[in-house]
Design a protein. Structure first.
Length: 170
């Protein structure tokens, strides 16, 4: 079961090097797919944006365990509903509500940026990645609820860490 969150009108966009990218969807990975100085985090949100010429930009936010995140708290009832019907087909999509992504706390204007690919097939190349440097907090309960609602059958829904500069790691 994949929950679909419809965004309110004018959900937002980002401007990168003179190109506007409009927010299309938001999803989570637990644990994080990115690391900072080799450290992994409990959760990572990806906000996927698309330009008028179909180029992609993803904004990522990391979360460590701690105090509950206020935006994720708004999703609790949606996630409980998805969890209650999670015995259905895993590839099924269901609209669970309308959210305002402007309530996602960014916390910082500092970020890491690189050119990469999507982390799931078809692993499209040429994606502008922006990873916020500020690590937010999320409660253990929020991580558990997201994992159970979205991918309760898997140990992880994060791509393994990729080698730096195409070098194999030992």
């Amino acid at each position: 079961m994949r929950p679909l969150l419809r965004w309110i009108n004018g959900a937002g966009s980002v401007h990168i090097n003179g190109t506007e990218y409009v927010l299309k969807q938001c999803h989570w990975h637990a644990p994080s797919e990115h690391t900072i100085n080799g450290k992994s985090f409990a959760l990572e949100v990806h906000m996927v944006h698309e330009s008028s010429d179909n180029k992609l930009a993803v904004v990522g936010i990391m979360y460590k365990k701690g105090r509950p995140d206020s935006f994720l708290s708004q999703l609790n009832s949606h996630m409980e509903h998805i969890k209650s019907i999670a015995d259905g087909p895993h590839d099924m999509e269901r609209t669970v509500g309308e959210m305002d992504p402007r309530h996602i706390k960014m916390g910082s204007r500092k970020y890491y940026r690189y050119m990469g690919s999507l982390t799931v097939p078809p692993c499209t190349q040429g994606v502008v990645w922006t990873i916020l440097r500020k690590v937010r907090t999320v409660s253990k309960e929020q991580v558990r609820l997201l994992r159970e609602a979205v991918h309760y059958y898997a140990k992880s829904n994060a791509r393994p860490i990729q080698p730096i500069n195409r070098l194999a790691s030992n």
